[in-house]
Design a protein around this ligand. Sequence first.
Ligand code: ADP
Length: 421
Amino acid sequence: MGKRHLYIVLFIIAILGLSFIQYQYFRIGLNLAGVQFNQKMGEAVKEIKQGLYQRNDLTYLVGTVMAENEANFLLSMDSVQDATNYFMDEFLKQKLLQNGVKAEYSYSLYDQDSTHFLTSEESFSKKDKILSYPVALDGYLPGLINKRVTLELQFKNVNRYFLSQLNGLTIPSIIFLIVIIVVILWVYRAFYLQNNLIVTTNEFINNLTHELKTPVFSIGVASKILEEKGHKDTKELVGIIRAQVEKLKTQIEKVLELGNIEERKGFVKHIELDVKPILDHVVQSFEQQARLNEFSFESDIQGDSFLILGDAYHLENAISSLIENAIKYSGDQTDIVFSAFKKGDKLLISVVDKGIGINQEDIKKIFEKYYRVVDGDLHNVKGHGLGLHYVKRIVHLHKGKIKVESKIGLGSTFTVILPLK
Ligand code: ADP
């Protein structure tokens, strides 16, 4: 699993974990709201019991309804019941509110024989989830009819009521969770787009420099020959061409350097490919150069195909860089031998020169970025100290190794060892 996938999985786990924790908090909140509600109801029930204990205006009215004592009133019994319901409702509402209970309720007053004396206008259907508080009354009212009298308070959908009390916490936490998810998705998208842009830019830079390198190189060689063999009148013009070609070469190196700085994971492809045609192509172009520049370039490629997993473009660049270095650091005698052969499950590619050589101290450092040997007349040779750093990186990305053997004044051998498929 790639790093990016790991982060995505971690992100999903974190969000799921956070949601689960929120849900648990939410349940705890609901339970706590239930406990709090019971406490408030305990107090309210106590006060209701007290309020209905003695004979007072309300209990007298209730008692009248219970005893169906119509004679005491000139009004009809229905009106008495309505009035009693009204006062009872007011009384209960006040007691509940005083104790902080704002939930919808209904009530009914009945005796042990289930004779219902009073019921609130609103009674809940059986479908509703109902929480009941039966309050066994003492004192005046049970004494009046010599039976146990109960006032039952009912609350419907209490969970919804608790929820409304928790909304101040649940809704913001859901909103924040959604905001986190949206922001992270947006950042991920921006990162993904930017990454794509970098990869495309790199590919463009690599292709462009590759396309430019060959013609500039050919112009350089051709103008050098013209300079040597050309007419006196044209010498100055050819000189300008050569100077400009050198400038262009430096610019190309700089662009390549830029491409290397922006290197990202995945910039080297791992495709099954045959290295043989790549090597043939490299040999062909250096043989042509050797003919034009009159130096010795020998090659010995043993084998018909060398299958590896890799990137043709970068491999060709890396091998060419080694040969270019061999030419650059050959001094007066340019004599290069290029060879490639299989050894077990490895492919060995080596570039041997009889040039100026590198001392043991510098060999350790030549693969470092920007490192150049500053010695003797080396400063005549142009470069940025990036070539070998690039070669080593490419070889490593192909799971290979690079070895150097060198003796000052005798020459150097660079060997690339690549695992075959
Ligand atoms: P550049 O050639 O641009 O300076 P490189 O990274 O290709 O950068 O090489 C680093 C240094 O290694 C060079 O400056 C040179 O001193 C030394 N070097 C590389 N190849 C050879 C070689 N074939 N013979 C002698 N010295 C070499």
